[in-house]
Design a protein around this ligand. Structure first.
Ligand code: CAA
Length: 277
């Protein structure tokens, strides 16, 4: 399989796929970003070896299945390619056109988009019946869910293949209609956005809001810790897409969230967001 993009999702899906026996070619823009991904997967494997979750022989075998490249033509023979590039529609459309031009005609081209209409990305290719959403969650090696997004024109074979792929990665896939936010983000992001609005209103401190949602709802992380994990820039982009689709004020990004993105306080990826890292 091929993976495109060297962010958190590209890295997490690559880790999951090589652990599941797939041979993965990861396309990234620069050799430096590719090396960072390899280093982060090696770190993760070291931790798993330390916890006796795998042996170093297994880790070496799995890493042997990963190759990184800066040449899109290296994806020509892949049966499945998943793009995980930045959540920007123009960038994703350009990537879909380029993938369509190089991938063999039988290849499935999937997108890990969180909110863009998958049909728009499918329509940019000459094979809309072979394009679907395969939406992993962060951190991909840990989160069980994968949303398989079904457009109006995708073939049943493509959906079944995507579903089988997710199952073979030991995930729990669900099939969902091509609508902004799919299931999880449509429910999760109004909650995260409203947590920021509560903070703006001075109802409680962010630490207390996080404590409340962990202790009161059994969530593994409070909303501010989760926003930092997702990335505030990604969160604003998801909220904007949801707002564009539904025009529901609940989806309109809280002013504080937008200001923090402008200030480059994007969460873990910039080492500071609501918390410092
Ligand atoms: N890569 C690989 N493994 C990881 C990992 C990563 N990035 N982060 C954590 N893990 C593993 C740890 O190694 C550990 O494994 P073991 O149990 O086998 O030892 C396990 O996950 C638990 O990790 P920790 O003990 O370090 O920490 P934790 O118990 O606090 O769990 C967490 C961390 C898994 C992130 C947990 O807090 C959690 O589930 N948080 C919620 C995450 C969430 O809601 N994600 C969805 C975001 S929304 C999204 O992704 C959609 C979108 O489109 C934006």
């Amino acid at each position: 399989m091929g993976l495109v993009g060297s962010g958190i999702m590209g890295s997490g899906i690559a880790e999951t796929a090589i652990e599941s026996g797939y041979k993965v070619t990861l396309l990234s823009r620069t050799p430096e970003s590719a090396q960072l991904i390899v280093a982060s997967i090696k770190d993760s494997f070291e931790r798993k070896i330390g916890k006796h979750k795998k042996t170093s022989t297994q880790a070496d075998e799995e890493l042997g299945r990963l190759s990184v490249t800066n040449e899109i033509s290296d994806l020509a023979d892949c049966d499945l390619v998943i793009e995980t590039v930045v959540e920007d529609l123009d960038v994703k459309l350009r990537m879909m056109r380029s993938l369509d031009a190089v991938c063999k005609p039988s290849a499935i081209i999937a997108t890990n988009t969180s909110t863009f209409p998958v049909i728009e990305l499918a329509a940019a290719t000459s094979r809309p019946d072979k394009v679907c959403g395969i939406h992993f969650f962060n951190p991909a090696p840990v989160m069980k869910l994968v949303e398989i997004v079904k457009t109006l024109v995708v073939s049943e074979d493509t959906i079944q293949a995507a579903n089988s792929f997710a199952l073979s990665c030991n995930k729990e896939p669900v099939i969902v209609k091509d609508q902004a936010g799919f299931i999880v983000n449509c429910l999760l992001f109004p909650y995260l956005n409203n947590a920021v609005k509560l903070l703006e209103q001075g109802v409680a401190s962010m630490e207390d809001i996080d404590t409340a949602m962990k202790g009161g709802c059994g969530f593994p992380m409070g909303p501010f810790a989760l926003l930092d994990l997702v990335g505030l820039d990604t969160a604003v982009s998801i909220l904007n897409s949801l707002y564009d689709e539904f025009k529901d004020p609940n989806f309109s990004p809280a002013p504080l969230l937008k200001r923090m993105v402008t200030a480059k306080l994007c969460g873990r990826k910039t080492r500071a967001g609501f918390y410092k890292y």
